[in-house]
Design a protein. Structure first.
Length: 365
C-alpha cells in the first residue's frame, strides 16, 4: 500500500486475485475446495477496503483527509473478518479490497455507471460545496461522504467528466469486480452442494457503522439521529420487522425469522452482552443489496432446497464501530484530527473469537 500525501493508496495497475481476498482456515494444508466442503457460512465484507487506487488520485477532492477516507469505509471489519475466517474451519470469507468510493457493491450495480455518476456529480454541483444533497438512485458511486464532505472534485468540462468515469470503470474491475465475481461464484458452489446434500448455508454480509458523524475539523462526534443509531453491539437484518417476521410481502425476509432470532440469541451469548437490546433485529437497518440478491437467489431454488433439506439464509450484521474499535480509539476519533487510529491486535483477536463462539452456539441451537 503506497502513500499519496496523507492518504493510503493502492499502486497503479494493481489487480487483485483470489488469494488476495479469500480467507479460510489452514490454507497450508487445505485447498479452497476442501474449505468449501466444511463451510456453512460465507462471509462477505463489501466495505472493508480503505486504500484508494492511485489511478483515481487526480480526481480526489483536496479536502479529503485520511480520517475521512477511513471513516467512509467499514475498515474495522477487515481485520476481524480475516482473523475469524483464518481460525474457523466452518467459514470462508471474501473481503473487498476497494473502498466504496470506487463503487458500492452493497447497492444495485447501475445499468449505466457513467450516467449515474454523472448525475450524482451534477446534483453535488447544484447543491454547492459541503451542502446536503439527495443522491437517491445514483449513490453506487458517491462524490461526497454521508456527512456531505467532498470525496471527488466535480469536473469542470465534459471531457474531464468522461475521463473520470472511464477511470472509475476501469479500476473497479481490478478489485471490486474481482470481489463480486468471486463472492457470487463461491455462493453458487456452496449452493450446489447444499441442494445436492442438504444442510445449512448462510450468506453473511459484515459491516460496521459509527453512531456519530464528522465535523469539518475531523472530529467524529456529531450524534446521529436517534432512529439511525445502532445498538451497543450489532444489528442483524433480514429485511423483516423487529422479530424478523415478514414486513412487506413484496420484500420477503432473506433469513428464516426463527433462525434469525436464534442467531441474535447466539450473538448475545457469544459476545456476552450486557442487555438483550445490545443486539437488535432490523433496527436501524433492514439490510441492503448483498442480502437482497442472495435472498432472491435462494428463493429461486426454494423447492429444491426443501426437497434436499437445505436451509438457505442471507443476513446482514451491522456492528457498532465504537464497539469494534474500543474506548481508547473511539475517544481519539472524537477529537479533531486528520489521521485514523491504530487497531488493537488483542481486541481484534477477542472479537474474532467472539464471532467464532457465536456461530458455534448458533449451530448448536
Amino acid at each position: 500500500m503506497a502513500g499519496m500525501g496523507a492518504l493510503d493508496t493502492i499502486p497503479a495497475g494493481r489487480t487483485f486475485a483470489l488469494d488476495d481476498i479469500v480467507v479460510y482456515a489452514d490454507p497450508a494444508h487445505r485447498t479452497l475446495d476442501e474449505a468449501l466442503q466444511d463451510a456453512d457460512v460465507l462471509v462477505s465484507a463489501p466495505h472493508a477496503g480503505a486504500a484508494i487506487p492511485e489511478e483515481l488520485a487526480e480526481f480526489l477532492s483536496p479536502a479529503l483527509t485520511r480520517r475521512l477516507q477511513y471513516d467512509f469505509t467499514d475498515v474495522s471489519t477487515a481485520s476481524v473478518v480475516r482473523r475469524w475466517a483464518a481460525q474457523d474451519p466452518h467459514v470462508v470469507a471474501v473481503v473487498n479490497p476497494h473502498p466504496r468510493l470506487v463503487r458500492d457493491p452493497n447497492r444495485p450495480k447501475p445499468a449505466d455507471v457513467a450516467a449515474d455518476l454523472t448525475e450524482a456529480l451534477r446534483r453535488v454541483r447544484a447543491a454547492g460545496p459541503g451542502n446536503p444533497v439527495d443522491l437517491s438512485g445514483v449513490d453506487a458511486i458517491r462524490p461526497v461522504t454521508f456527512s456531505f464532505f467532498p470525496l471527488l472534485r466535480v469536473p469542470d468540462t465534459d471531457a474531464e467528466m468522461r475521463r473520470l468515469v472511464e477511470a472509475f470503470a476501469e479500476v473497479a474491475e481490478r478489485g471490486l469486480g474481482v470481489y463480486e465475481q468471486i463472492r457470487d461464484d463461491l455462493t453458487e458452489r456452496l449452493l450446489t452442494a447444499r441442494l445436492a446434500h442438504g444442510g445449512r448455508l448462510t450468506r453473511l454480509s459484515f459491516h460496521d457503522t459509527m453512531n456519530t458523524t464528522t465535523t469539518r475539523q475531523g472530529a467524529v462526534d456529531v450524534p446521529r439521529a436517534e432512529k439511525d443509531r445502532l445498538p451497543r453491539v450489532v444489528a442483524l437484518s433480514n429485511r423483516g420487522g423487529e422479530r424478523g417476521e415478514e414486513r412487506d410481502p413484496a420484500d420477503p425476509p432473506t433469513m428464516d425469522p426463527a433462525r434469525l432470532r436464534a442467531l441474535a440469541e447466539a450473538h448475545r451469548a457469544g459476545f456476552r452482552v450486557e442487555a438483550a437490546g445490545d443486539v437488535t433485529l432490523n433496527r436501524p437497518y433492514l439490510g441492503s443489496q448483498e442480502i437482497r440478491s442472495a435472498g432472491a437467489r435462494f428463493r429461486e431454488v426454494g423447492d429444491q432446497a426443501r426437497e434436499s433439506g437445505a436451509e438457505l439464509d442471507a443476513v446482514q450484521a451491522e456492528f457498532l464501530r465504537e464497539f469494534l474499535l474500543g474506548d481508547a480509539a473511539t475517544a481519539q476519533l472524537h477529537r479533531p484530527g486528520s489521521d485514523w487510529v491504530s487497531e488493537d491486535p488483542e481486541r481484534v483477536d477477542a472479537l474474532a473469537a467472539a464471532c467464532r463462539r457465536t456461530w458455534d452456539l448458533y449451530r448448536a441451537l
